[in-house]
Write a protein that binds this ligand. Structure first.
Ligand SMILES: C[S@@+](CC[C@H](N)C(=O)[O-])C[C@H]1O[C@@H](n2cnc3c(N)ncnc32)[C@H](O)[C@@H]1O
Length: 262
């Protein structure tokens, strides 16, 4: 949302917290159903994202990246892997998914068996600032509702630049303040400092409303969610709702595209 996080938010963001949340959420068919209802016809059911990943974003990623068959796409903060798996399968590319949650990586690797041949996919644990990937290995880097969570965005962008080949593209989504030049205000300078040129920011219309519907239905169905996910994971979702809901009107969700300078 912004380049700085306050300390409360920082405390909630840890690999262990995400591990517990992913394991619990994976047990809840109701949560998946609420996600599907909130996004309606824009919900890509097979992808089952843990993010705002409407069909229009998947289409935009294909149109913007146009990767050559056999190219390598790295998905940072891949979670359970859905968006990257869909993109790699659709474009005939190779996928490397990285997430600091070992539980997410384990589930993503299991899902991958149903999407791509082994030689075209790898999931591994790593952080935004230490992915463990080789220099210049990726032709493109994507990150769906993840990179914008980095505690040290400048260090994260430097790591993305290191793993991208010169001229490669970074596409990431997130929410910025609803101003006409949101991407320029928030991202242009950090991207430039890390060796990128900001190409564009495309708003994803309807995302705020979809998040609002999701948080509303989580409140409404918290009893059944508790039965499926347990108390702690349900409270975490409710806390996220409390944190984001009051700001939905002031936020704009969009996808930022940047090019690694040669
Ligand atoms: C909102 S989820 C999005 C997951 C996935 N991109 C999707 O669209 O389904 C954010 C993801 O970022 C990961 N994450 C958060 N901070 C991270 C960090 N510092 N390094 C690596 N992954 C991180 C979390 O574990 C989580 O999987």
């Amino acid at each position: 949302m912004s380049l700085e996080h306050d300390e409360d938010v920082a405390a909630q963001l840890s690999p262990q917290a995400f591990d517990a949340q992913f394991r619990a959420q994976h047990r809840s068919p109701l949560l998946t159903e609420l996600w599907a209802r909130a996004w309606g016809e824009q919900y890509p059911a097979e992808v089952r994202p843990n993010s705002g990943c409407p069909w229009r974003l998947l289409g935009l990623m294909v149109a913007d990246l146009r990767p050559a068959p056999g190219a390598t796409i790295a998905d940072l903060g891949c979670g359970l892997g859905g968006p990257g798996l869909w993109l790699a399968r659709a474009t005939g590319t190779r996928l490397i998914g990285v997430d600091w949650s070992a539980a997410a990586v384990e589930i993503a690797a299991e899902r991958a068996r149903h999407w791509l041949p082994d030689e075209r996919v790898e999931f591994r644990t790593g952080s935004f600032t230490d992915t463990g990937l080789a220099d210049g290995v990726a032709d493109a880097v994507i990150s769906v509702d993840a990179l914008a969570l980095a505690m040290d965005p400048q260090a994260a962008l430097a790591e993305v630049r290191r793993v991208l080949r010169p001229g490669g593209t970074l596409l990431f989504t997130g929410a910025e303040p609803r101003t006409p030049d949101a991407a320029a205000t928030v991202w242009e300078e950090p991207l430039r400092a890390a060796g990128f040129r900001l190409d564009s920011r495309t708003e994803l219309p309807g995302e705020g409303a979809a998040w609002g519907r999701l948080y509303g239905s989580i409140r409404q169905h918290q009893g059944r969610l508790r039965e499926q996910m347990g108390d702690r994971a349900t409270r975490t979702l409710l806390a996220e709702a409390d944190m984001i809901e009051p700001h939905i009107e002031q936020l704009s969700w969009g996808v930022v595209r940047a090019r690694a300078t040669e």
